[in-house]
Design a protein around this ligand. Structure first.
Ligand code: ADP
Ligand code: MG
Length: 508
């Protein structure tokens, strides 16, 4: 049996996704949608200022990193205040505080000493304002807790949730510091803490800064991916160069979309930006998968029918979750990937797959029917681009268009997998889609001629008809590749159809 090591590294057409214009601070990751509200000090934001939403807060924190106190000041959005633990302090390890007047976080916190420096008069941080705030009944309760916590424990948090919840939050930094906490525990704590988005930012920073890098495991658009160790466990660290800061910011932001976590989407752990004086290190930390990408896996191994079905169902499930809008306060927006390919899918130890590299993804706001970043339509990897992207006829005003383009790419990924499926001892060598009709780093024009003008699609071998699962896979591929994007299957339909074919295969 021939195994083809055809490692063609194709880069996406555009290197920079459309990202927030100010992508400078980790701490700013989840507050990009805020409208006018409080003004706060944010040392890593443009003009050192950020604005919160109507119910947001100014945030001030200090934590001990490598024996040095590091302060972070920023804005908190209402959702962060609801779901996470930003306003908690944890005695000697970190202090965090939230306050509710303009620039009230313009002070430097210190650990241990309880000392507070006020470098300049904090605009708006006066008793008058506090009194004004206490006139609002809900704020009255909050300020009461602020004063109580401040005097009793040297902390001054007025996080409303703290009122209702007197027990320590499971994600408190002290419990993080306890050496028996594994990544799994932390992620479990996070998913049960109700935030549904990501670990608290200081926890992310603490994890990132205690990882020991081991070896390079991949290279892509943006620098390198490393295997690292954290508390005896492997993690993957994607390191962006500082000129790709916007891409780092964007990817971290997408991964922290509320309710995105899913068994078939790469498990995000942390983002960190560390300024060492001369340059900024930008890290994205995720779960590590030793098999690497599906591209590497299929090059190395063939798969059984079961193995093919597990891979196909898991990728379709991940994509169905990404594409699905979940309505409600703990809901998630529909997301399109826009760079789906075998190199952006990872294979887990159990043979299932996770979708990775969400750097080009776009979110849909169904209320306003808009996407969250300006539609720069020709992004992704040329070889995997849908015909409507290649010939520029895609209707970017309709979010469904982006999902349908993903489905076309999914069909190509299925073709790569199905070729490696061994039935009666026979399978094909590994090949990239369109390997036989375009050069190794095809241009958009090369692809357009083949896919749009000649309407060619990858070949579906006759022998696939002899196995139910392969026959179904072939049929699905064709229904993913229609030139008419509206006629393509949905990810959910594909997931169900492949699973059913497997059930039939088992019966036969
Ligand atoms: P880029 O945005 O630069 O394309 P990717 O996220 O696609 O970066 O990662 C590049 C490559 O690094 C992948 O194709 C894969 O081989 C490897 N890789 C990335 N993340 C992981 C991970 N979590 N576990 C194992 N390998 C990974
Ligand atoms: Mg990639």
């Amino acid at each position: 049996m021939k195994v083809c090591l055809n490692q063609v590294d194709e880069s996406p057409a555009m290197t920079c996704p459309r990202c927030p214009t100010v992508g400078t601070a980790l701490i700013f990751l989840s507050v990009v949608h805020v409208s006018a509200g409080l003004k706060c000090v944010c040392q890593l934001c443009a003009n050192h200022t950020c604005e919160t939403g109507p119910d947001g807060a100014c945030w001030n924190s200090v934590m001990l990193i490598d024996g040095k106190e590091e302060a972070v000041k920023s804005c908190l959005s209402p959702s962060e205040m609801r779901g996470q633990v930003f306003c908690y302090g944890s005695r000697n390890v970190s202090k965090r505080s939230c306050c509710f007047t303009d620039f009230c976080n313009n002070e430097t916190l210190h650990l241990h000493t309880g000392r507070v420096e006020r470098p300049a008069r904090s605009p708006g941080w006066g008793w008058l304002e506090l009194v004004a705030v206490t006139l609002v009944p809900t704020s009255l309760v909050c300020v009461g807790v602020l004063l109580w916590v401040y005097t009793q424990h040297g902390q001054h948090c007025v996080y409303r949730k703290a009122l209702a919840n007197t027990t320590e939050d499971p994600l408190d930094n002290q419990s993080l510091m306890s050496p028996d906490k594994s990544l799994k525990d932390l992620i479990f704590d996070m998913s049960t803490s109700g935030s549904g988005s990501g670990l608290p930012l200081l926890v992310q920073r603490t994890i990132a800064r205690t990882i020991v890098l081991q070896e390079i495991i991949g290279k892509g658009r943006f620098g390198e991916v490393w295997r690292g160790r954290w508390r005896g466990e492997d993690v993957a660290v994607k390191i962006f160069s500082s000129r790709d800061e916007r891409s780092w910011f964007r990817e971290a932001e997408i991964y922290q979309t509320i309710m995105l976590r899913h068994e078939n989407i790469l498990g995000f752990i942390a983002a960190d930006n560390k300024d060492n004086g001369s340059w900024t290190q930008l890290w994205l930390v995720s779960e590590y998968h030793e098999h690497g990408s599906m591209f590497d896996y299929l090059n190395r191994y063939t798969v059984s029918v079961d193995g093919m079905v597990v891979l196909a169902v898991s990728v379709a499930s991940g994509l169905a979750h990404l594409h699905m809008e979940i309505i409600g306060t703990q809901g998630k927006p529909a997301i399109a990937h826009r760079d789906l390919k075998s190199k952006n899918i990872l294979v887990k130890r159990n043979g299932s797959a996770v979708i990775a590299d969400l750097g080009l993804a776009v979110k849909h706001d169904s209320l306003t029917n808009t996407i969250d970043i300006p539609a720069n339509h020709r992004v992704g990897t040329k070889r995997y681009m849908a015909p409507e992207i290649l010939d520029d006829t895609i209707n970017t005003g309709n979010f469904e268009s982006f999902k349908r383009a993903d489905i076309y790419s999914l069909g190509l990924v299925f073709w790569e997998v199905a070729r490696r499926c061994t039935v009666s001892g026979i399978c094909e060598d590994y090949q990239l889609p369109y390997y036989d009709v375009v050069p190794s780093d095809p241009s958009v024009e090369d692809m357009r001629k083949v896919v749009c003008d000649q309407k060619l699609r990858p070949n579906i071998p006759n022998q696939w008809q002899s196995c139910e699962a392969l026959r179904v896979m072939g049929k699905i591929m064709r229904e993913c590749w229609y030139t008419n994007a509206a006629a393509r299957l949905t990810a959910l339909r594909i997931k169900k159809t492949v699973s059913q074919s497997f059930a039939k295969d088992v019966k036969e």
